[in-house]
Design a protein around this ligand. Structure first.
Ligand SMILES: [Zn+2]
Ligand SMILES: [Zn+2]
Ligand SMILES: [Zn+2]
Length: 756
């Protein structure tokens, strides 16, 4: 037994959080050895387990180091330390992982290439020079390749690649940056890139990547397999190539994300503040929505409807190498057919995309779970996420949940949320569930997360909407079910994120959600807490003709509102066509396919269509996005509006607002002015309603959520005006305010309700 000069002891330490796949064991190993401690470190289930003994003073330093300077990608959530009887270890080792039963589990996230690996592939003349799959303990794929926890090579897609002796040596050498880096590989033993033509026939070239770059420079479209799936890529500076991509993908207008060679290339085109720079260069490497500079030279075709561009940096060695030869900007949009999820399997991608892409650049490392890029933005110095994806998902947040639950989200921008041991785990964005393929993918991710996190749901939480596939799927499960109203779930998502327990007023402005009265809600003023809310007010109902069609055709909302006003004159309304409006008017008169709606989204659609900005959409929320974009932000005035009160609460009237807009249009006022006045009016009416509800219920906290608050002009104006009236205002930051945040809200509310 080792002898110690000073007082010695033994600690058993459990560390929970994101501690696997982030170089934690090597870090512990080095720290222990430096301090001459003995024992071992191991991954157990989802945690790191340390059995350590030595001089007490050194052990204190050791624990301090773990807590204060863990590896960069680690996120410690909980640490348990207990004393134990000395065992007499004589060295410190890393031992094989083992299983646990009921422990806290977290799933490591896919991480962008680190600076040391960048040097390895671009500068250092070692084994990794120009190798597209280089990684280390600080970077590389994780969640997308994990099949099982604990996270070891044999539980990932890398198990089919046997390490060569040189890689094995690095993997086992505690002094290597790749010590226990599970996906470690090199050109000898690791995945390989292949270039194929659009039919899937291999193109023989000395270097697949150099040939791919040549084709991109020529104006070709390539389907490129990355970490979480395939992107469609083309030269973003080549207008013709982008137009070809748009036409083949049948995406005429939706903004396309742009991958830029480096941060300087982004800064040449967009305004970048410190927070935005930090986000764009982070290890999560999301798409960040940035304001275009006046001097931006990238073609408008990338984002017709907005003055913003979604930009990201190359996040794998392969992407870096694509940019190594002079390309500056590439379109990087998820590769899928219209309505289908992103492709991530080689053969299926070839089968589905042969008409869309000219070539495929793919590799033989299997993607176990597909994951889209994350989309985020900076609003008042803070990050506000729009889409939880690669680098962020699964998103683990401690809300003190007391039950194991599965919340199944909504329908568009679907996703799931699971809870155990206090934590919620939010899945990546799973898209619109309408296609069978998307629904299959949704079920696969749900099962996978339940399996990895070892969750036995005590209840399935779902939306009230009987037609949602997520609702139907929940009802097929064994055990307890809990239905929660859509806008309550939006409000709960924001309250739980901010750990708000006091009653608050929720302003929930949204596209579509099934209401408790069976009508379509979406302009809601709610009051309450996570246990439940009262509907204190709403945008006045209007019968909207067309059902789901109205969502895609804003002119239907415009005609429906005009009909409700009894003013169906189309004089001065460029966006409305007399022929079709007559049919809808007849349908409104007969009550055919009309739905009472309080949706704020439809009111924005109506105004956008009345102004001739957008009468038919080709992507989600297009009409509102254009309306926000054109607004002249200098204008402070608004329109008259009316708030009535009846036994159901406050009714925010639309009549005065639309009449005033029609007058302005007919007077020939510009769309920029009218749009801003409309935004001001909605913010004013909102504040007046909130002030009234606040007085009635004695509440000073306001919560803003729902997809309409993706509109930053509306969000900013609402916050300022509410704060001006002394309210503390909360909005979604970590979770999307759109339906991507619904599953988290459902879970937080259900857990609170079940506590009683
Ligand atoms: Zn690295
Ligand atoms: Zn190797
Ligand atoms: Zn919603």
């Amino acid at each position: 037994m080792k002898q110690y000069k000073n007082e010695a002891g033994r600690y058993i330490v459990d560390i929970h959080g994101i501690v696997q796949g982030v170089g934690f064991r090597p870090f512990v190993y080095h720290s222990a050895r430096e301090l001459k401690l003995c024992g071992y470190v191991s991954n157990i289930g989802g945690s790191v387990f340390i059995d350590v003994e030595g001089e007490v003073i050194s052990m204190k330093h050791f624990i301090n180091k773990i807590m204060k300077t863990p590896p960069p990608l680690a996120q410690i959530e909980k640490i348990n330390i207990r004393k134990a009887k000395m065992k007499g270890y004589d060295c410190f080792d890393i031992v094989k992982s083992s299983e646990d039963k009921e422990e806290l589990r977290f799933i490591p996230k896919d991480t962008a290439i680190c600076n040391s690996c960048k040097k390895d592939i671009l500068e250092n003349s070692g084994r990794w020079f120009h190798y597209e799959f280089t990684n280390c303990t600080d970077c590389g794929p994780r969640y997308s390749i994990i099949k099982e926890l604990p996270y070891d090579r044999c539980s990932t897609s890398m198990r089919s690649f046997e390490m060569c002796p040189a890689c094995k040596e690095e993997y086992e050498n505690p002094d290597s940056r790749r010590f226990h880096a599970q996906p470690v590989c090199c050109p000898i033993c690791g995945p390989q890139l292949k270039l194929l033509d659009c039919k899937g026939k291999e193109i023989v070239a000395q270097s697949a990547i150099r040939e791919a770059v040549r084709l991109l420079k020529e104006g070709s479209i390539l389907a490129v397999k990355g970490v979480g799936g395939f992107h469609l890529m083309c030269d973003a500076e080549n207008q013709k190539a982008v137009a070809k991509l748009r036409s083949r993908k049948q995406r005429p207008h939706q903004p396309l994300a742009v991958m830029a060679a480096d941060a300087a290339a982004i800064e040449n085109q967009c305004v970048l503040n410190d927070r935005e720079r930090q986000l764009i260069t982070s290890s999560q490497s999301p798409i960040v929505l940035l304001k275009k500079k006046a001097t931006c030279s990238l073609p408008n075709i990338l984002a017709w409807d907005s003055d913003k561009l979604g930009m990201l940096l190359p996040y794998t060695p392969m992407h870096m190498l694509i940019f190594a030869d002079g390309l500056k900007y590439l379109v990087a949009t998820s590769a899928n057919l219209s309505g289908m999820p992103m492709e991530y399997e080689n053969q299926k991608a070839i089968d589905h995309l042969s008409e869309v892409t000219d070539y495929f650049l793919l590799h033989d490392r299997e993607i176990n779970i597909p994951i889209d890029d994350s989309v985020t933005k900076v609003f008042i110095e803070k990050e506000v996420i729009s889409r939880v994806g690669r680098g962020y998902a699964p998103l683990s947040i401690n809300i003190g949940a007391q039950h194991q639950l599965a919340a199944l989200g909504a329908e568009q921008k679907s996703g799931v949320c699971l809870s155990k041991n206090g934590y919620t785990h939010v899945s990546q964005y799973l898209g619109d569930m309408k296609s069978p393929e998307a629904f299959e993918n949704y079920k696969k991710v749900l099962d996978h997360l339940i399996h990895l996190l070892r969750i036995k749901p005590q209840a399935y939480v779902h939306d009230l909407h009987p037609g949602y596939l997520s609702t139907q799927y929940a009802l097929e499960q064994q055990g307890m079910k809990l239905a929660l109203q859509h806008h309550f779930a939006h409000m709960a998502s924001c309250m739980a994120e901010h750990k708000l327990t006091k009653p608050a007023i929720g302003v929930i402005y949204d596209g579509t959600g099934f209401g408790e009265d069976g009508k379509i809600w979406g302009g809601e003023i709610l009051v309450g807490n996570l246990k439940g809310v009262t509907r204190a007010g709403h945008l006045k109902y209007c019968a909207i003709q067309g059902g789901d069609k109205a969502v895609e055709e804003p002119w239907r909302s415009a005609v429906s509102y005009l009909y409700a006003l009894g003013d169906c004159s189309l004089e001065g309304l460029a966006g409305l066509d007399n022929g079709v409006t007559e049919t809808v008017k007849a349908a409104l008169k007969a009550g055919l396919h009309c739905f009472e709606s309080s949706s704020m989204g439809r009111l924005f659609d109506c105004v956008s269509a009345l102004l001739g900005l957008c009468s038919k959409t080709t992507y989600d929320a297009q009409a509102a996005i254009i309306l926000e974009h054109v607004a002249d932000r200098q204008i402070q005035s608004g329109y008259e509006y009316e708030i009535q009160e009846d036994q159901d609460g406050l009714l925010i009237g639309y009549e005065e607002i639309i009449k005033a807009i029609l007058t302005d249009i007919r007077k020939g006022k510009g769309v920029t002015e009218i749009s801003c006045k409309f935004h001001n009016t909605i913010a004013d009416a909102t504040v007046e309603a909130v002030v009234k509800v606040g007085k009635l219920y004695g509440v000073r906290e306001a919560v803003l959520s729902g997809g309409c608050f993706e509109n930053l002009l509306l969000l900013e104006k609402s916050i300022k005006k509410l704060e001006g009236h002394g309210f503390t205002v909360y909005y979604n930051e970590k979770l999307p305010c759109n339906d991507g945040g619904i599953s988290f809200g459902q879970l937080a509310a259900a857990d609170r309700i079940m506590r009683g």
